[in-house]
Ligand binder design. Structure first.
Ligand code: HEC
Ligand code: HEC
Ligand code: HEC
Ligand code: HEC
Ligand code: HEC
Ligand code: HEC
Length: 448
């Protein structure tokens, strides 16, 4: 009687384990199959592209007028938009793939010419996307309607192409599939990690169950024997003893070591962290508000930071610049009185520095604002909305280099670049002429 009960226990466990492992295996396979389907869209999309080219040669630039428009759009895009947009990738602004399906031409033309006006008009979509991109204002462009349409024609011609292969022309029909495939591949990658974790957990559970089964089988064998000595009986009657485990020096050692490793790891992570001082927002001696001055009153950044387009550093304005206005405006305010006091004492206002690269790195503002034509907000974030300035970007080496890898050089109207760009284009057909193609990731460019 007793022995029957004991025999069934391991069998029961074994059966449980087998069904469990079976269902998990099936589930994993199913998930795997789903994954294959998802990523399988990628080759599908290329098929779609070739099919579309075959069916609709006009989309690939068959009509002479179209081809000219697309070529013009290509150049206009590279010179005006590429610093913030790509067709199939989010850069500073959204990916433009499928834009002519999301929005009508009559919406797009005013948006591209002056997006802040469209946002200010209260247009629901415009406000939503403006907020989604942290209220970063897209600059206004003095482009003609025809120029805007040719940019859009070029964008449409690039939809669905792989983000790096800039020159590949894919048909319209593939566009939506293409973006779906990108998203699918991304989701697929995330899912893959999940599946791996599930499989690991399952393997661990299976291991534990197997060990319990083996333990029980061995006890069973012992019980079956008549000639048990004291030690065997002890094992048979053994109960799990928590207090013993708690006192075990080995276990304490292991727990201690794991804890120590986690602490050290967390410490190293926080020291190496991306952006040691990202978000740094010191209190300033005078409650000067960029939101009020640059935002509401729309005072140009360069009115105060006069050297930002001309030299390496952007200067912090002296009290005299404040006095241009504050000799008349708000003269009674206690905060403004602090400006007067600084001038009387002939001492500069002790502004606390927010951004500060280490001396070993060379950064030049005019190279980025004047030559590259970057907006302040690309690096400093929505300053015009900041009551108190904070460090928006990480300012790490990785941050500089990532942008240099992706950002095309602003070669428009710059004869210096003409030959370089030509040389680059013949060598790397289609790939954009980025800052790094021009040597912008060489150590010596940023380190003396
Ligand atoms: C300095 C960066 C910057 C530049 C340059 C720029 N954009 Fe934008 N663009 C943005 C941002 C940011 C948004 C998101 C909306 C917002 O925050 O205003 C955006 C949004 C858009 C949208 C709406 C996208 C959508 O998904 O609805 C279109 C269309 C667009 N830009 C076209 C262009 C074109 C065309 C050019 C070149 C002529 C251009 N942009 C240049 C930053 C930029
Ligand atoms: C009316 C003058 C004025 C205008 C206009 C102005 N700023 Fe400033 N800015 C200052 C002063 C004063 C400081 C120093 C105090 C502070 O950090 O708030 C400063 C600080 C900064 C800093 C932080 C500097 C540091 O310590 O690292 C940045 C970045 C900045 N401004 C960017 C901008 C941008 C971008 C604009 C335009 C959107 C702008 N400023 C417009 C006066 C001005
Ligand atoms: C181009 C004109 C202009 C310049 C230059 C200027 N301001 Fe202002 N400032 C204004 C205006 C306009 C107001 C808003 C006054 C109001 O709310 O009535 C203002 C308000 C302020 C206030 C808020 C005062 C209060 O008590 O409400 C402070 C503080 C201030 N400015 C500091 C500065 C400092 C510091 C500088 C120099 C770095 C400076 N401003 C440069 C135009 C200017
Ligand atoms: C490519 C990124 C980038 C752009 C674009 C940019 N900045 Fe900066 N800015 C920086 C970095 C990096 C620093 C820190 C420089 C340092 O510590 O040497 C900085 C520092 C500053 C400072 C503090 C003074 C200084 O030079 O160290 C001010 C003020 C400033 N920026 C204003 C501006 C304004 C105004 C614009 C737009 C006209 C602008 N920046 C555009 C990256 C940028
Ligand atoms: C948002 C993009 C962006 C970021 C961030 C950025 N850069 Fe640049 N940088 C550019 C562009 C675009 C150019 C090319 C300008 C031109 O046309 O010559 C450039 C050019 C340069 C050059 C000259 C390279 C050459 O080939 O002559 C140096 C040096 C440089 N950057 C340093 C830095 C450093 C240091 C940082 C980080 C603190 C930084 N940059 C962050 C966009 C960026
Ligand atoms: C586009 C500009 C840029 C280029 C190119 C670049 N660096 Fe840097 N590097 C920086 C900046 C900015 C920092 C400061 C980062 C910080 O303070 O977090 C830095 C920091 C460093 C540091 C110090 C790290 C520390 O924690 O103090 C070393 C070492 C370094 N870089 C080596 C290199 C080497 C080697 C290369 C060439 C392979 C290189 N850098 C290329 C911009 C650059």
């Amino acid at each position: 009687m007793n022995s029957i009960r004991l025999r069934t226990l391991p069998q029961l466990l074994l059966a449980l384990f087998l069904t469990f492992a079976g269902t998990q295996h099936a589930a994993a396979q199913q998930a795997g199959a789903g994954d294959v389907n998802k990523t399988g869209v990628v080759p599908g999309a290329t098929d779609g592209a070739t099919a579309a080219i075959a069916v609709d040669p006009a989309a690939a630039g068959g009509g002479g007028g179209d081809a000219a428009a697309i070529a013009a759009g290509d150049a206009l895009f590279k010179n005006n938009c590429a610093q913030c947009h790509a067709v199939n990738e989010v850069v500073v602004g959204p990916a433009l793939s499928g834009i002519t399906k999301r929005r009508t031409i009559s919406w797009l033309i005013p948006w591209i010419k002056n997006s802040s006006k469209v946002v200010a008009s209260g247009d629901e979509y415009a406000v939503a996307i403006y907020n989604k991109y942290n209220k970063q204002q897209m600059p206004s462009f003095a482009l003609s309607d025809k120029e805007v349409t040719s940019i859009l024609a070029w964008v449409t011609s690039q939809e669905g192409a792989a983000p790096t292969a800039g020159g590949v022309t894919a048909g319209n029909a593939a566009a939506t599939d293409g973006t779906a495939a990108d998203a699918g591949a991304e989701a697929g990658a995330g899912k893959y990690v999940d599946i791996l974790l599930i499989v690991l957990v399952v393997v661990l559970i299976v291991l534990v169950v197997t060990l319990v089964i083996i333990g029980n089988l061995m006890k069973d064998v012992l019980r079956g024997r008549k000639d048990l000595d004291g030690r065997d009986v002890e094992i048979l009657e053994q109960r799990f003893d928590w207090s013993k485990m708690y006192r075990s020096p080995m276990l304490r050692g292991i727990v201690g070591a794991v804890f120590g490793i986690v602490l050290v790891y967390a410490g190293v992570q926080s020291v190496m962290a991306v952006g040691l001082s990202q978000g740094y927002q010191p209190t300033q001696p005078i409650a000067f508000s960029h939101k009020l001055h640059a935002g509401e009153h729309q005072i140009n950044c360069a009115y105060c930071h006069t050297s930002v387009y001309k030299s390496k550093s952007a200067n912090i304005p002296s009290a005299n610049i404040c006095m241009n206005c504050h000799s008349q405006i708000k003269t009674e305010s206690p905060e403004i009185k602090k400006i007067y006091r600084a001038i009387e004492r002939k001492q500069p206002i002790q502004w606390v520095r927010v951004h500060n690269l280490p001396d070993l790195a060379y950064f030049n503002h005019s190279q980025h604002t004047q030559v590259a034509g970057l907006q302040c907000q690309t690096c400093h974030g929505p300053i015009q909305n900041m009551e108190v300035v904070y460090q928006y970007s990480a300012l790490t080496m990785g941050w500089c280099i990532n942008c240099h890898r992706e950002m095309p050089v602003n070669a428009k109207d710059n004869a210096y670049y003409d030959n370089l760009v030509k040389l680059h284009d013949t060598k790397n057909a289609g790939a954009p002429f980025t800052v790094s193609s021009n040597g912008g990731t060489e150590c010596s460019k940023c380190h003396y």
